[in-house]
Each structure stands twice: as C-alpha cells, then as structure tokens.
Design a binder for this molecule. Structure first.
Ligand code: NAP
Length: 252
C-alpha cells in the first residue's frame, strides 16, 4: 500500500478496462469510487476489491449528465474523501458507416466520451487544486487515428487527446498531470460487440486482430490498467499531456 490516503474515481468501472483499472488502483493502495451507469452493476468490482482488502464504493451515474456527475463527486467526497485521481474510462460504441450514421449515434458517442470526460474533470479538478496534486487519465483509442465505421468514435477519441493536452497546460501549475491512454485491440465486451456487429465469432475476430499486432497477442484489460497505474503514480509527475498507445505495437 503505497498511497493509502488517495481517492480515485474510475468511470465505466463495472466491467472491462474500467474494472481492471479500479482493481489495480485499489491494489496500489487507493480508495476507489467505481462509477457506472447502474450502481448494482458495480457490485462485482467492489466485492473483488473488498475481498482483496481494499476500499471501494459503488456509485451509479451517467457520465454525460451534469447533475448526476455533480452528485456522484459529492458522494465520493462524503464517503471516501476528496478525489485526486480520475480515470475517464466510460465508453460506448455506435458504429456505422457515415451514410448510415444517425444523429443519435453521433450525439450519444460525443456525450459519453467527450462530455463525460469534461464533466468529471471539471468536477474533480477543484479537489486536485486544493490538494496541490492530481492525476487525470482519459481513455482514447487507436481509432483516434481513423477507423472505418467509427466517424463518431474516432472524432471523440481524437477529441480526448486535444482535451487532455489542454488540461495539461491549464492544470500543470497546480501539480496536476493529464494524460491519455489509447488502447488498440483489448478483449472486452466492447470488442465482443464489435465482432457480433460485423458477423464474426469473437474467436475469429480476435485472431484477425492478433495477426496485425506486433507482439502477437490480444490486449487484456490489465495491460491498460498497468499503464494507468504508472500515469497516476507519484513517479509520473513529469509526464503530462501525453498519449500512450497501449496496442502491442506502434499501431494495432
Ligand atoms: P466496456 O466493456 O463496454 O465497458 C464500458 C463501461 O462503460 C460499461 O460498464 C458501460 O456501462 C459504461 N458506460 C457506458 N456509458 C456510460 C455512461 N453514460 N455513464 C457511465 N458509464 C457508462 O468497454 P471497454 O472495452 O472496457 O472500454 C473502456 C474504455 O476504453 C472506453 O472508453 C473505450 O472506448 C476504450 N477503448 C477500448 C478498447 C477495446 O479494445 N476494448 C480499445 C480502445 C479504447 P453499461 O454496461 O451499462 O453500458
């Protein structure tokens, strides 16, 4: 337990990358607010952390809703203490080729990824400024470089990179760093849903992905969690405004 007094918020932490990140930050010694749309869905992540001797709190909130974000952060302050680590991880896909992409497909993806990261970062930065220390990590993606069928998602994930660099400029003087992690193919429910959408079994979809990945395997949620763990550590205090691709190669 290296940082016993730190409080972290991880959004979209009921499953996938967020759940692995919440577990890792708890193992690093942080008290972790496990935020997801449905509070009950956070129970498994919270139990895993508690069973391992850590501290976690399940918080239901839609990251795209300003009132719910404010209420969630207030609850974290009351029940765990002021948060000084934030991981903007909640995400959704609404993939479609441009000519078939609906207004709602576009707005939903922008709202969850971009407005969600904005609302949570704005709500927690005060506590970080008060503490003179803070860490914000937001999930981008290799799709930020462009990906067929993902005009909305690619735009949002590229937006996360510009958002992150701007936070790094604005908040650095308060001891706060902001970085983005951009995963490639990570085996989660999200990639399983993509396989289903393109009519492939998850096994075949994963094999096809691996054939393009230099290290020759699919990514695991823990690969991303380990990178986040470094970026939110004391030792990463001179790393800010960066995008770390966690993709088994330069791009996958
Ligand atoms: P996942 O398994 O689908 O988990 C995403 C979580 O976010 C779910 O628990 C989901 O809740 C939650 N969520 C969705 N909308 C939300 C909202 N409005 N408010 C609060 N929580 C919400 O996805 P993942 O694969 O772990 O991805 C995590 C992050 O990494 C995302 O930002 C994703 O874009 C990014 N990423 C993933 C990959 C990959 O290969 N998996 C690659 C690059 C980037 P529900 O279950 O209720 O919808």
């Amino acid at each position: 337990m290296t940082q016993p007094s730190r409080v972290a918020i991880v959004t979209g932490a009921a499953r996938g990358i967020g759940a692995a990140t919440a577990r890792k930050l708890a193992a690093d010694g942080m008290a972790v607010a496990v935020v997801d749309l449905d509070e009950a869905a956070c129970a498994e992540t919270v139990k895993t952390i508690s069973d391992a001797g850590g501290t976690a709190l399940a918080v239901g909130a839609d990251v795209s809703d300003p009132a719910q974000v404010t209420a969630a952060v207030e609850r974290v302050v009351t029940e765990l203490g002021p948060p000084t680590v934030l991981v903007n991880n909640a995400g959704v896909l609404r993939d479609n080729l441009l000519f078939k992409m609906s207004d709602d497909d576009w707005e939903t993806v922008m709202a969850v990824h971009l407005r969600g990261a904005f609302l949570f970062s704005r709500a927690v930065q005060k506590h970080m400024v008060d503490a003179g220390w803070g860490r914000i990590v937001s999930l981008s993606s290799t799709s930020a470089l462009g990906n067929r069928g993902q005009a909305n998602y690619a735009a949002a994930k590229a937006g996360i990179q510009g958002f992150t660099k701007t936070l790094a400029f604005e908040l650095g003087r308060f001891g706060i760093t902001a970085n983005a992690v951009a995963p490639g193919f990570i085996a989660t429910d999200m990639t399983a849903a993509t396989a289903a959408r393109v009519g492939m079994s998850f096994e075949d979809f994963t094999k096809a992905a691996i054939s393009q990945i230099p290290v020759g395997r699919a990514g695991r949620p823990e690969d991303v969690a380990n990178t986040v763990s470094f970026l939110v550590s004391d030792g990463a205090g001179f790393v800010s405004g960066q995008v770390i691709y966690v993709a088994g190669g330069p791009r996958a």
